[in-house]
Ligand binder design. Structure first.
Ligand code: SF4
Length: 439
């Protein structure tokens, strides 16, 4: 089993422990905070018991997540603590009430982690909610094959259910040249997968006079053997101009995983309007169809919120119909929860049991469709990039060009390319038989 924490000598260096919740943008933030702390002379440790200071990188997206965060903050506040991430920004004052001595770091202020940790250990409480550039910061990667690059923070929308907006605010895009340089450094470090992540990749560049298609093209122009995964997008930004055709053009590049994460959220135009999403169900269908026309085997992921306050049974049925029609390879189903400070939180809420029943039925349908889609890959032969040792499955897994997860028996290493044949399929992954392995 691989182990990627650097074997640091036993020292008098201050010891820091970090734990992370939420999306890949938060994962990237934690990797950078680790890099900055190491540069500041901190030793990274695995447990809060070993640590002089703990940093909890929080998520604010759901009620259930917040409840977990609250418990962790209370537990960890017995020792010097920094509460980072979206929660302290989206719920100002909450962290202070839970842990009055804890320092508080906004999601865009991670560049200050080194100073803040040193101050916190010496008992000085600091707050920092500044918006800083987050590209080209040192990092300690959780996975040596994958480099997660945040291309922007925030978005251009104001979805009525969204607490992330309260934390990440309006779009702040990072410079294409800096992102390109970050890719060059990652490839030089041996990374084979580049994840370009943000709250809404399709809004990238609107504040600096560029766009996601131009950025993707510029990233693919970097020399080296690597693949790029583009993060989640909002259909809204494909309605005007040539954004869709330009992105389709760039997706033809062999370095781009044929993977589209397009968040529809509901199959009802009435609910989409109440969510202030700014597009119609037909727009989502048209965009997916355009990608499938170009690359029929593209992997499509989407996000669905079930139980939004104004969702009637008919609206819910329309969401089920949309999934049966579009057949996404995977859909993240979230039960709506009222987030303080959002417009939807003051609407009349649906009964909990109605939300649970709809979520159960939707998840069941999603699982059935995912299996149906994966079974179509049986018999496929091709290259798989090994990128993870899956502890749950107890085997190595990798990704093919359509970002399909392929599990394989045998001994492999990170970043290795193998030839495999798909012999079986499950809901969340394919099973591959090894045909040939590169050295
Ligand atoms: S696009 Fe909407 S859901 Fe996504 S981060 Fe922005 S406000 Fe939230």
């Amino acid at each position: 089993m691989p182990d990627f924490y650097p074997q640091l000598p036993i020292s008098t260096m201050p010891k820091a422990y970090l734990e992370t919740y939420g999306c890949s943008a938060n994962l990237a933030d934690t990797e950078m905070m680790k890099g900055l702390l190491q540069r500041k002379g901190f030793e990274l440790v695995r447990t809060p018991e070993q640590a002089d200071i703990s940093i909890v990188n929080t998520c604010a997206v759901k009620d259930a997540t917040e409840k977990r965060m609250v418990q962790r903050i209370k537990t960890l506040s017995a020792k010097p603590l920094i509460v980072a991430g979206c929660l302290p920004e989206a719920r100002r004052g909450l962290a202070e009430r839970l842990a009055p001595n804890a320092s508080v770091l906004g999601p865009d202020a991670i560049g200050s982690i080194g100073e803040m940790a040193s101050s916190a250990i010496s008992g000085r409480r600091i707050e920092d909610f500044s918006r800083q550039n987050k590209v080209l910061l040192p990092k300690v990667r959780a996975n040596p094959t994958i480099d997660i690059i945040e291309i922007s923070s925030g978005c251009l929308s104001s979805c009525t259910f969204c607490a992330t907006k309260l934390a990440r605010k309006d779009i702040l895009s990072y410079r294409p040249a800096a992102i390109r340089q970050a890719v060059q450094l990652a490839v030089a470090d041996g990374c084979k997968e580049i994840w370009l992540t943000s709250q809404d990749a399709s809004a990238y560049g609107a504040d600096i006079g560029t766009d996601i298609a131009s950025l993707l093209e510029s990233v693919c122009a970097v020399d080296g053997d690597f693949m790029v995964r583009l993060g989640m997008m909002n259909p809204l930004h494909f309605l005007k101009g040539k954004r869709l055709s330009e992105l389709l053009e760039t997706y033809r590049n062999a370095k781009v995983f044929k993977f589209l994460h397009l968040c529809v959220q509901s199959g009802s135009d009435t609910v989409l309007a109440d969510m202030q999403r700014g597009y119609a169900v037909s727009d989502f269908k048209r965009i997916v169809a355009a990608f499938r026309a170009e690359m029929p085997e593209i992997t499509v992921w989407t996000d669905i919120i079930v139980g939004f306050p104004t969702e009637t049974y008919t609206d819910f049925a329309q969401t089920m119909e949309l999934l049966e029609e579009v057949k996404p390879d995977m859909a993240n189903v979230s039960k709506y929860s009222a987030r303080p400070g959002t417009k939807a939180s003051v609407m009349a809420q649906l009964p909990v049991d109605a939300k649970q029943e709809r979520s159960r039925r939707l998840s069941e349908l999603v699982g059935k469709i995912s299996l149906e889609k994966n079974v179509q890959w049986k018999g496929w032969k091709g290259t798989v990039l090994v990128d993870e040792y899956d502890k749950r499955l107890g085997v190595w897994t990798g990704r093919n060009y359509a970002y399909k997860k392929v599990a394989m028996r045998g001994n492999f290493r990170h970043g290795q390319k193998v030839e495999a044949e798909i012999v079986n399929a499950g809901i969340a992954h394919l099973e591959g038989r090894l045909l040939a392995a590169s050295n």
